[in-house]
Design a protein around this ligand. Structure first.
Ligand code: NOJ
Length: 519
């Protein structure tokens, strides 16, 4: 039985803050928790109801903090545990939830658990990570050999510096693979729950779980990992029923069955997201990755069939118990603005903020921050680095991010780099549209997470109905450059529109246009 979804998710809009790049309060060049607290006015002004922070814990930062050394301590560069508690308390006063990143599958090599585990002598951490029995047993090169004098190889979960924690194997094919109910694997589960309890007691309103499906090994149909999360989330929700669990799984049917409230539709796993925004699936940030026929492009060569087939299958199977989140972007993929102009971004934003489920805006996407090309890799970012540059608050030094001469990363060097200051008072800016859409979503039950979703027309324009008990809202978006003429349900009150004229039930859509109205 799935725990009830927290009620506050129905009109929630998340804002994803990359802590090192948001706002530097002490001039050391790196964003920090006090900096985030200082910008809560902005978060509130935009209407966001929750923030998710990428990892803020002690780390050598070989994968930007997704390699944790101490799960119970804020990294000094971001502040202290007290600073986190203060941020959460201040956010709470303003009705804003604070969600942390739970890196459940691995640690850094520097983590004390791993240092103990790597010792040849048996100790309480020997089985905390997945190790083979011999330094020569690399399981066909899947394991890392020769790290220490322990005779065995450790399994990595992502980069080599992220050894996999041991929650057990579903299917056992080697003697060193422990079953999920091995006491040492169960002890790891308890540790994970303790981490969740620890931050929740300090004010966290839930977690986004990194690589949520990665914990149980040799688990081809996901039954092992679904069982594990049902146990962990089930017990957590007894203590914190109103807190949210968000999966980075990209398979909503599995993630919601595992007990999560939300799963992301992103670039990995299913193809739905990339067919909308980025045609080629892959890891490279280059033209090839972005220049294909994705739906949200002026070229108008994309289609919705692939998206809708996958989306509807997962949406219909999960809507009773959880939500799908289609984010504007994240720290792992090129910015939405790469190869899109402001009008194209507006069309995408109309869609993203009117779909069912829980929307999420990646910091800076509300002003159309650019993917900054040509940067050297920073902290394991590689080609992801260009999507992680500091928030551009205003013109001037480091765009108002920091007073330091050596900021974490440079801000966008373009003369016309978008800023909050420039867009805040411009009613036609992307920021203003984003703010309007968030307000509409919160004011109209039909646009909220739980309300029904029915497709009216595809491909260009995309027309759909959102229905709540007393209200139906129609959303119609034409991201293409071609004029489109289609029949649409007769409009009542128009809530938002750009470039659409309606006469006798027939609507003419100019290039890159949209309309949102009640019927
Ligand atoms: C997914 C995170 O979003 C990404 O940034 C990280 O590198 C991997 N998981 C490994 O933790």
């Amino acid at each position: 039985m799935h725990a009830p979804k927290p009620k506050w998710l129905n009109d929630a809009v998340f804002y994803n803050i990359y802590p090192q790049s948001f706002y530097d309060s002490n001039g050391d060049g790196i964003g920090d928790l006090k900096g985030i607290a200082a910008k809560l006015d902005y978060v509130q002004e935009m209407g966001y109801t929750a923030i998710w922070l990428n990892p803020i814990f002690v780390s050598p930062f070989r994968d930007a903090g997704y390699d944790i050394t101490d799960f119970y301590k804020v990294a000094p560069r971001y502040g202290t545990n007290e600073d986190f508690a203060a941020l959460a308390a201040e956010a709470k006063k303003r009705g804003i939830k604070v969600v942390l990143d739970l890196v459940a599958g691995h640690t850094s090599l520097e983590c004390e658990w791993f240092q103990q585990s790597a010792k040849p002598e048996k100790n309480q951490y020997t089985n905390r990570y997945v190790w083979s029995n011999s330094v020569w047993d690399t399981d066909g090169n899947a394991l890392i050999s020769g790290y220490s004098d322990r005779d065995g190889c450790y399994m990595k979960n992502f980069f080599y510096c992220q050894p996999a924690l041991n929650y057990g194997f579903k299917v056992i094919t080697r003697p060193w693979q422990l079953p999920m109910d091995h006491p040492d694997c169960l002890a790891m589960r308890e540790e994970l729950l303790n981490v969740m309890r620890f931050w929740s007691a300090l004010g966290a309103d839930g977690f986004r779980v990194d690589l949520a499906s990665s914990l149980v090994k040799n688990d081809p149909d996901g039954e092992g990992i679904i069982e594990l999360w049902n146990d962990v989330i089930g017990r957590y929700k007894v203590e914190y029923p109103d807190n949210v669990l968000i999966a980075e799984w990209c398979h909503p049917k599995r993630a919601i069955r595992a007990g999560f409230d939300i799963d992301f539709l992103i670039h990995s796993g299913l193809k739905a997201y990339t067919t909308l925004f980025r045609y080629e699936r892959g890891t490279s940030v280059n033209d090839e990755f972005n220049s294909g026929d994705s739906y949200f492009r002026r070229a108008g060569k994309g289609g919705l069939t692939e998206f809708l087939n996958e989306y509807l299958e997962h949406y219909n199977a999960t809507k009773a118990d959880g939500y799908i989140s289609i984010p504007t972007g994240n720290h792992d993929i090129p910015r939405l603005s790469l190869l899109r102009d402001t009008e194209e971004l507006k069309a995408a934003m109309v869609f993203l903020l009117t779909m069912p489920g829980v929307p999420l805006v990646y910091y800076g996407d509300e002003i159309g921050m650019r993917y900054v090309e040509g940067l050297s890799s920073k902290e394991g970012g590689f080609n992801r680095t260009g999507s992680r540059t500091p928030m551009q608050w205003e013109n001037g030094k480091n765009h108002g991010f920091s007073t330091s001469d050596t900021p974490y990363l440079p801000t966008d060097p373009a003369e016309a780099a978008p800023t909050v200051a420039a867009q805040r008072n411009d009613p036609h800016s992307l920021l203003s549209l984003t703010k309007t859409l968030i307000a509409l979503r919160k004011a109209h039950p039909a646009l909220m997470a739980d309300s029904a979703f029915d497709v009216v027309h595809t491909d260009y324009p995309f027309v759909y109905k959102r229905t709540a008990a007393d209200e139906t809202v129609v959303v119609a978006v034409n991201p293409s450059d071609a004029t489109q003429t289609v029949e649409i349900p007769t409009p009542g009150e128009v809530l938002l529109q750009s470039g659409v004229t309606v006469e006798n039930g027939t609507a003419t859509f100019d290039a890159v246009s949209y309309i949102v109205y009640k019927i």
